[in-house]
Design a protein around this ligand. Structure first.
Ligand code: GRF
Length: 221
């Protein structure tokens, strides 16, 4: 029997990706358990979603800390609670520093709304439209010291349609992000996925380009 993957989820806002995972676990996502949800925003709506699902929550308000290092040290302590197999950053709007990165290296993945390495940082929809891109998407990458710069494990691609604006593109990407998060967590729960020295290995084999989400919800090379 597979050992369940225990997951801690970091959020700052709505938590729609968290909700997608909660729903999937209640449906057909097996061997995954969310053990803790941590928010740096005390009134993040995602906290309510966690409560409703009976998941332990913690709030760590970054405004109450003297500096980033102090916040990170407390975050690392909270994250270690329950010894999660994976920490998922889903709409967590803080940059993570070395105090968190070191103990969780290779165990933290972030969801980012672009086809990385394109458009790290913010305003990804606007930037994709301004560049005239015909495709947009979302990526899940291992978290490293470089903002949105860690090795990319998986991606979902959507077309940019004539007349799209940042809002329409974001609205069309959102359900696809949900599918990507669920498929990626499912994949990690059922495969040996490692990331060391910026190299991702899956069941011992180097991943040379991100896994791609297919219409049927599976991730393929
Ligand atoms: C997602 O669009 C994700 O790509 C970005 O923040 C958003 C989080 O949404 N990093 P939610 O809080 O899960 O609804």
């Amino acid at each position: 029997m597979t050992q369940p993957l225990s997951l801690t989820v970091l959020i700052s806002g709505t938590g729609s990706n968290l909700q997608a995972l909660i729903d999937a676990i209640g449906n057909d996502l097996n061997d995954v358990e969310i053990i803790h949800v941590i928010s740096n925003v005390p009134d993040a709506p995602g906290l309510e979603k966690a409560h409703a699902a009976g998941i332990e929550t913690s709030v760590l308000d970054h405004r109450e800390f003297a500096d980033r290092d102090e916040f990170d040290r407390s975050l690392a302590v909270l994250m270690a609670s329950g010894d999660p197999g994976l920490v998922l950053l889903a709409g967590f709007m803080r940059i993570i520093g070395p105090n968190v990165l070191e103990p969780f290296a290779g165990r933290m993945i972030n969801l980012h709304p672009s086809l990385l390495p394109l458009y790290s940082g913010t305003d990804t929809y606007q930037r994709a439209l301004e560049a005239g891109d015909r495709k947009h998407g979302a990526s899940m990458h291992f978290v490293t010291e470089e903002l949105d710069g860690g090795p990319v494990l998986s991606q979902v691609v959507i077309p940019v349609l004539p007349g799209d604006n940042p809002e329409s593109l974001a609205a069309r990407l959102s359900p696809n992000e949900h599918r990507l998060v669920v498929a990626t967590v499912d994949f990690i729960a059922h495969n040996a996925v490692e990331c060391r020295n910026r190299e991702i290995r899956i069941n011992g084999e180097t991943l040379d380009r991100p896994l791609r989400l297919q219409d049927n919800g599976t991730l393929t090379r």
